[in-house]
Write a protein that binds this ligand. Structure first.
Ligand code: PXP
Length: 249
């Protein structure tokens, strides 16, 4: 399956947190592959996993099984390392999203510093694209980073919505929203394809869904959190409905 731009705003459900619960006991449940199947039945347009270097949640085996069973689009988030590039080229996800990774962080904290790592990232992107996999880079809503992303020929940028999502005061939230919107526009004008995600939930997603340049939203924590109370199928379906309503597409 290829990653195609479409008329609708799409949702990709990140199932890392299902694996986080499983790894708390190093056991067999809950199974992230089951979560992926249910998410697809509930109408998701894609499944995302982050195979971290320390394998703290998703395991290599999960990735192999997901590649077998995912019928929508499989997005692999990963650090831009030699090891991970090798795994991606072998597994062939539908999209690779390069993210910065620090061992001590709880989740991905900031976007990639594309400016500082320009030549290195250019090489990794070229290698992965050369195997037929489109590449996305996770970056802050910063025009200089986006410009550099364009120069190193990334297919997509995933604009980091975390600062918008974490803003507690309305003024700050509005400022951060404008940064995200302007970044999406800027990237699109350069000819880049645009995704967005991080920290999005059932309240703050609606405004982001209204940004017409965005093709897909990547959401994990809020969906898995809600699923504890309403079930996974309903949690995914409700997010999908909100995105559809918010996008007006
Ligand atoms: N996008 C990227 C690049 C991420 O690293 C994550 C977290 O794994 C997400 C989106 C999803 O963020 P959240 O779990 O806060 O919805």
């Amino acid at each position: 399956m290829t990653v195609l731009g479409g008329i609708i705003l799409r949702l990709s459900v990140n199932v890392d947190h299902v694996a986080t619960i499983r790894q708390a006991r190093r056991g067999m449940e809950p199974e992230p592959v089951t979560a992926a199947v249910i998410a697809e039945l509930a109408g998701t347009d894609g499944i995302t996993v982050h195979l971290r270097e320390d394998r703290r949640h998703i395991q290599d085996r999960d990735l192999r099984l997901l590649r077998e069973i995912v019928q929508t689009e499989l997005n692999l988030e990963m650090a831009a390392t030699e090891e991970m590039a090798g795994i991606a080229i072998n597994i062939k996800p539908d999209l690779v999203t390069l993210v910065p990774e620090k061992r001590e962080e709880i989740t991905t904290e900031g976007g990639l510093n594309v400016i500082e790592n320009k030549e290195y990232l250019k090489g990794v992107i070229k290698r992965i694209q050369g195997s037929g996999i489109p590449v996305s880079i996770f970056i802050d809503p910063d025009t200089e980073q986006i410009k550099t992303g364009h120069e190193i020929k990334t297919t997509f940028v995933e604009v980091h919505t975390g600062m918008y999502a974490n803003a507690r005061k309305e003024k700050e939230r509005n400022t951060e929203f404008e940064r995200v919107r302007n970044a999406c526009r800027f990237a699109s004008e350069l000819g880049l394809r645009v995704n967005a995600g991080h920290g999005l939930n059932y309240q703050n997603v609606i405004r982001i869904a209204g940004i017409r340049e965005i093709e897909s939203l990547y959401i994990g924590h809020s969906i898995v959190s809600r699923s504890i109370f309403v079930g996974f199928e309903r949690a995914v379906r409700e997010m999908k409905e909100l995105i559809e309503a918010g996008s007006g597409r």
